[in-house]
Design a protein around this ligand. Structure first.
Ligand code: F6R
Length: 241
C-alpha cells in the first residue's frame, strides 16, 4: 500500500480531485467507483468547483445504497450523490450507476449491478472511505465476507454513523443495504482509500499494518497491487511505518 499523508482534509481533497480530473482527461470514458459519507464531501466540493471538465463520457458506480429507500428519499445515497456531485457536473444520467434500494427483487438487483460493472470493462478507479470498525462499502466485520454485490445487514455503529441523514435518529436508518462485495471492490484496477480524523486512526492502523482478517474488511486491500491510502495527520497518527 502506498501511504500519502496530508496536513488536512482540504489538501487531501485538492490532490485527489486533481488525480480524478487528470484521469478523466487521459481517459474520457473513465469508469469511476464512488463512496458517500462525510469523508468524500471535500472531494466532491473540489470537483464541483472544477466542473468545467467534460464528464459526459464518464461512468460511475456507487459502492452502496440503503434497502427500501427510493432514490428521491433524502436519506438515500442517490440523493446524496445528486446533491454533492452529479447535479453539478456534465455526467449523463444514463452513465450513473446506483443500486436501486427499492428494486422488487434485491438479489436480482445485485446481479444486475455486477453485470453492469462487467459490461463497462470493470472499474478503473475506485475511491473508498473506511468505517471506524474497518468496514468498506457495507462490508462489515464478520466471520465471512461476501465476494459480490449483496444484501448487507448493518451494524448499529454503522446505522448511528448515518443517523444525521435521518433526523439524527439511528433507528430510522434502514437495517439493510445493498453493497458491492469484496471481489467487486478488489476488482478495480486502481483503488484510492481516503481517511480523515482521529476516529479513523485505529481502523487505518489495522488496515495498513494489521493481519488480513474478515474482522477488518479493509485489511483485504493489502492484497491489491495498486492501492493509494490518502490520510490526514489525525487518521495517520497510529501508523508506525
Ligand atoms: C459509503 C461507504 C462507507 C463509508 C464509511 C466511512 O458509501 O461505502 O463504507 O465510506 O462508512 O464513512 P464516513 O466517510 O462518513 O466516515
Amino acid at each position: 500500500m502506498n501511504i500519502e499523508r496530508f496536513d488536512d482534509e482540504h489538501a487531501l481533497a485538492e490532490a485527489l480531485a486533481t488525480r480524478v480530473l487528470q484521469a478523466i482527461l487521459v481517459n474520457p470514458a473513465l469508469v469511476l467507483g464512488l463512496p458517500t459519507g462525510r469523508t468524500p464531501l471535500a472531494l466532491y466540493r473540489e470537483l464541483r468547483e472544477r466542473s468545467a471538465i467534460d464528464w459526459s463520457g464518464v461512468r460511475t458506480f456507487n459502492l452502496d445504497e440503503f434497502a427500501g429507500l427510493a432514490g428521491d428519499h433524502p436519506g438515500s445515497y442517490r440523493a446524496f450523490m445528486q446533491a454533492e456531485l452529479f447535479d453539478h457536473v456534465s455526467i449523463r444520467p444514463e452513465n450513473i450507476g446506483m443500486l436501486d434500494g427499492r428494486a422488487p427483487d434485491l438479489r436480482a438487483e445485485c446481479r444486475r449491478y455486477e453485470a453492469a460493472i462487467a459490461a463497462c470493462g470493470g472499474i478503473d478507479l475506485q475511491i473508498l472511505g473506511i468505517g471506524a470498525n474497518g468496514h468498506i462499502g457495507f462490508n462489515e466485520p464478520a466471520d465471512g465476507l461476501c465476494a459480490h454485490t449483496h444484501i448487507a445487514e448493518l451494524e448499529q455503529q454503522t446505522r448511528e454513523a448515518n443517523a444525521q441523514r435521518f433526523g439524527g435518529d439511528w433507528t430510522a436508518v434502514p437495517e439493510r443495504a445493498l453493497s458491492m462485495g469484496m471481489a467487486t471492490i478488489l476488482g478495480a484496477r486502481n483503488i484510492v482509500m481516503i481517511a480523515t480524523g482521529a476516529e479513523k486512526a485505529e481502523a487505518v492502523r489495522a488496515m495498513v499494518e494489521g493481519l488480513i482478517t474478515t474482522q477488518v474488511p479493509a485489511s483485504f486491500l493489502q492484497v491489491h497491487r495498486r492501492v493509494d491510502v490518502m490520510l490526514d495527520d489525525d487518521a495517520s497518527r497510529l501508523l508506525t511505518l
